[in-house]
Ligand binder design. Sequence first.
Ligand code: CTP
Ligand code: MG
Length: 228
Amino acid sequence: MKAVAILVAAGRGERMGADRPKAFLDLAGQPLVLRAARAFEAAPSVEGIVAVVPEAEVEGASALLQPVAGLLAVVPGGARRQDSVLEGLKQVPSGFDGVVLVHDAARPLVDTPLIECVVRGAGEVGAALPVLPLVDTVKRVENDTVVETLDRRELAAAQTPQGFRLEVLASAYEAAIRDRVTVTDEAMAVERAGGRVKAVPGSPGNRKITTPEDLAWAEGMVRGAVPA
Ligand code: CTP
Ligand code: MG
């Protein structure tokens, strides 16, 4: 099964609080978005990569990512994540009949086994995403009052890449746009359209870089100082 990866890097990174969009921050000598692109370049099933970046970064990102084999396009994103994904989807070659992977550029330490596992799952079922079990007890809280304890065994944290057969994602997105619904990830669009999404094991090393603490953790990982 062949795959095209859409790297979403068009967010502002407000929780990081840096003076540049998060995906362009340095991680041990390479920007996050370049590290993420290199991870997909290395995965055998991935034959094309699309990067979706802030409007002001299109030129710089095109130069930065130009050496990445299989780079198809670098395009500006939109206000919401789903708007950015849609811009990326427009760049998938027409007639492509493999798996589309959508990946957060903010997860630069994704590896080949995880990518290939998602591609296989999506190829078989139509949609797949990596999940991690929750370790903490989870409460529903309203204002400052605990309302309920949820059963942790029924819950999981979703990672990316999320993988879909192209027609599955395209039709789920059409329905979300038609219904004017905001989805927080791509799988949510497929879930609400009634499609099955396979959960495959995620990886602790595939952590999303959200805050300066996450970036410091990732520096340690890359430099070999901190175990996964
Ligand atoms: N993203 C995007 N377009 C948007 C919003 C998010 O391409 N309109 C991307 C981000 O660049 C990131 C991924 O989606 O790679 C996951 O989002 P998140 O971690 O929330 O990143 P940001 O939105 O940039 O960060 P923050 O929410 O702290 O502003
Ligand atoms: Mg965000």
